[in-house]
Design a protein around this ligand. Structure first.
Ligand code: MG
Ligand code: MG
Length: 236
């Protein structure tokens, strides 16, 4: 799983190095797929549940499950790439949000808050804690900053399957849920909205967007619980 994590971090970085005004989401997807394959791994999302691409690429008000295609990235777009790799039957899951071209204070603050909330969640992913301690750590960082957390989509266990129990919500009370033990691997993934937390499904039946059309941001790491605490697997 470390190797699957390393490869997906490499692939997403490579794709996002090409992120700029004028590139299509399909081109970004192709870069990620080639990078995964060049490392001897397989794309984890392609064909899973019928998903037609290597990466989910979600822009601006889109939260998750954006489908790469002919859409041309515009200057200032807030772009999330969510992607996974499979090595020897084991999965990784990783998401990063970045602005194409010049950003704004608003977008930078949203990105910083989401990234930091993931860090807080990861810090709580240690033996003896419970899933709710992760949830509560994420929530405790985001809600005081007047953002909202998506409730209908959550983090998850990961291993031989991309999605395994337990669910890892980004909200809720500490001290509840499954006890964390060494060997458990979780995908922790806060989705932070500028406006309301509610979502709507776009006509393609895949892509989830904010109900009010305001911006959304998403970061994700695959994290192993070890005796010594959390180990982020999705690092180069
Ligand atoms: Mg993901
Ligand atoms: Mg995930």
């Amino acid at each position: 799983m470390r190797e699957a994590g390393r490869i997906i971090a490499f692939a997403v970085r490579k794709a996002f190095r090409a992120l700029e005004q004028g590139i299509t989401t399909r081109e970004l997807d192709d870069i990620a797929r080639r990078a995964i394959e060049s490392e001897g791994a397989k794309p984890g999302f392609l064909g899973l549940y019928g998903f037609p691409a290597t990466a989910c690429i979600s822009i601006n008000e889109e939260i998750v499950h954006g489908i790469p295609g002919d859409r041309v990235v515009q200057a200032g777009d807030l772009v999330t790439m969510d992607c996974g790799a499979v090595v020897d039957g084991y999965n990784s899951d990783y998401a990063v949000t970045q602005v194409a071209g010049p950003s704004t204070d608003e977008k930078d603050d949203l990105i910083d808050t989401t990234r930091e909330s993931l860090k807080k969640g990861i810090e709580a992913a240690r033996p003896g804690n419970r899933v709710g301690d992760i949830s509560n750590a994420v929530e405790g960082h985001v809600l005081p900053r007047s953002y909202q957390l998506v409730r209908e989509y959550v983090g998850h266990g990961i291993g031989k399957n991309l999605h395994e129990p337990p669910q890892v919500p980004n909200f809720g009370p500490a001290g509840h849920g499954l006890e964390l033990r060494p060997g458990l691997v979780l995908a922790i993934e806060p989705m932070v909205n500028v406006g309301v937390w509610k979502t709507r499904m776009l006509d393609n039946g895949w892509t989830v967007a904010t109900e009010d059309g305001a911006l959304s941001c998403h970061f994700e790491h695959t994290v192993a619980i070890t005796e010594d605490g959390p180990e982020i697997l999705t690092l180069e």
